[in-house]
Design a protein around this ligand. Structure first.
Ligand SMILES: Cc1cc2nc3c(=O)[nH]c(=O)nc-3n(C[C@H](O)[C@H](O)[C@H](O)COP(=O)(O)OP(=O)(O)OC[C@H]3O[C@@H](n4cnc5c(N)ncnc54)[C@H](O)[C@@H]3O)c2cc1C
Length: 463
């Protein structure tokens, strides 16, 4: 019996049969994420149903000196879940219970495999909602592990702002809690923040306590089209500077509006567009909406439509959320590459101008969109992986966009995370602080078994 066969047998002896698999389709499914990064299958996929199961898997993996890769839904975009050293993928889809809704504390306790739409369906019964909404219907464990954000982060903050406590199984199998239920705490190092965004490299998240919000009394959405992307971006900056508490503000450029119309069967104007949303009570919103109308007009807004009907609002946001899928379906056979920089808001207009010039000068076809209220924007490129020239140009574009963002005091990734794709920029972005991150990784996972070759290099690679 070889090592993987013995490992499989031990896992099967310790878990139930249907929790451990070497099925070819499952191995393939867990060999990739939604990106262009090269796939590689794990040896074994496991489906824990409890923290105890995760503890067992990690301890067995240690005994076999075998890598462990946590897996939510595989929607990440920088190769995060690809098991390059094979080993065990831990798929959290069976840990999918909403455990406790503490209405009066505005907190919810969930297992990591709960998806954001599943959680919102449950919270709706209590008049509550969870704010973070990445384009994919990701799991909350995966979202915490990547510090995800979405269209509402301009108002409610990113994943890191929502996490009150995590239960984590560490590399040695020990179970810890990183926080508590209190609104604030000055007690010790902030371990919540350390584990949020750690991309499965420091531990497996087995439970999350998250902040939730009351569903606003009144919601108004708007769609504003502009003559140029520059005008749209300047309008966002002016609106934020004027202190209008926008709940969502998303930029979609002209090529992306075309893709959205094709995919979502909408007939929105195919011009640079801002999708906006305002939350509050009726009199307050009336004032915010009027003020925004005045501001966007000063920035050559061609037309602005407001939607307070629920169905029209949902259609609008569905079109925005489906944009990446619109590109994927509109370009069969090609793979998605998404840039993801974030810059200080004052640098946003210049950054997007530079992005468009870079796309055009490399003769690539790419759409620009993003959570512009946070200074975070993406270029969506569909690449033919069999065309080395196209791949080279796409990589060159990504590099130019990152270099520009770093020069302006920004970051190489606003929300998608590092995975394998952004590791090459870590030294430039963090300088000597990267060594601190490596020391943390080596202190918590000395053997480098948790999601190896992601975020920071394994010890032998840094020596
Ligand atoms: C169409 C599309 C649109 C997107 N839009 C956005 C967006 O607007 N904003 C945004 O932030 N992201 C966006 N993303 C990226 C993606 O949805 C996020 O990165 C998401 O947070 C990943 O969640 P997941 O459940 O799919 O995790 P996975 O992809 O399965 O895993 C992601 C990482 O988390 C780790 N992980 C997963 N579960 C756990 C756990 N329980 N414990 C420890 N580590 C774990 C994995 O090891 C991996 O490193 C988009 C992706 C797509 C395909």
């Amino acid at each position: 019996m070889n090592r993987v066969e013995s490992l499989l047998e031990e896992l099967k002896n310790s878990l139930r049969d249907n929790q451990v698999s070497q099925n070819g389709t499952l191995l393939e499914q867990h060999s990739h994420d939604e990106s262009y990064h090269k796939p590689s299958p794990p040896d074994i996929v496991t489906f824990p149903e409890s923290t105890k199961d995760v503890e067992t898997i990690v301890k067995i993996a240690n005994a076999y000196d075998c890598p462990v890769v946590p897996y939510g839904l595989g929607t990440s975009l920088e190769g995060h879940v690809i098991p390059y050293d094979q080993g065990i993928t831990v798929d959290f889809s069976e840990m999918n219970q909403v455990l406790d809704v503490r209405e009066s504390d505005f907190l919810v306790k969930v297992q990591p495999g709960v998806t954001r739409s599943q959680l919102n369906k449950e919270l709706k019964k209590y008049g509550l909602f969870f704010s973070v909404d990445p384009g994919a219907d990701a799991t909350l464990g995966g979202m915490a592990a990547t510090n995800a954000s979405g269209t509402t982060s301009v108002r409610y903050g990113v994943m890191r702002d929502q996490v009150r406590d995590l239960e984590v199984v560490l590399a040695d199998g020990e179970v810890i809690h990183t926080g508590n239920l209190a609104q604030k705490s000055a007690s010790g190092y902030n371990l919540n923040s350390l584990f949020v965004g750690s991309e499965g490299t420091l531990g497996c998240i087995t439970e999350l306590t998250l902040k939730v919000y009351g569903i606003p009394e009144h919601i108004v959405a708007a769609r504003a089209s502009f003559l140029s992307v520059d005008d749209a971006v300047e309008a966002v900056v002016s609106t934020l500077q004027a202190g209008v508490p926008i709940a969502r503000v998303e930029l979609v450029d002209e090529p992306s509006m075309k893709q959205a119309n094709l995919f979502s069967e909408t007939n929105y104007k195919e011009e640079p567009t801002l999708f906006l949303e305002f939350h509050g009570n009726e009199p307050g919103l009336k004032h915010d909406v009027e003020f925004t109308q005045e501001i966007v007009k000063d920035h050559n807004c061609e037309e602005i439509y407001f939607e307070d009907d629920n169905a029209a609002r949902n259609r609008l946001w569905e079109a925005r959320h489906n944009l990446a899928y619109a590109y994927i379906h509109g370009n069969p056979g090609k793979k998605l590459m998404v840039t993801d920089v974030c810059v200080p808001i004052s640098e946003l207009a210049g950054a997007i101008r530079h992005a468009r010039e870079s796309i055009d000068s490399l003769a690539l076809n790419g759409g620009i969109l993003g959570h512009v209220g946070d200074g975070n924007y993406h270029i969506l490129l569909m690449m033919d992986l069999d065309d080395p020239d196209e791949v080279k140009k796409a990589e060159q574009l990504n590099e130019q966009i990152v270099e520009y963002a770093l020069e302006k005091g920004g970051t190489c990734t606003g929300e998608h995370g590092v995975g394998v794709g952004k590791m090459k920029y870590q030294e430039k972005e963090h300088g000597p602080a990267l060594k601190v991150m490596e020391k943390i990784k080596h202190a918590l996972d000395p053997a480098g078994r948790l999601n190896p070759h992601k975020l920071v290099h394994n010890r032998e690679e840094t020596l």
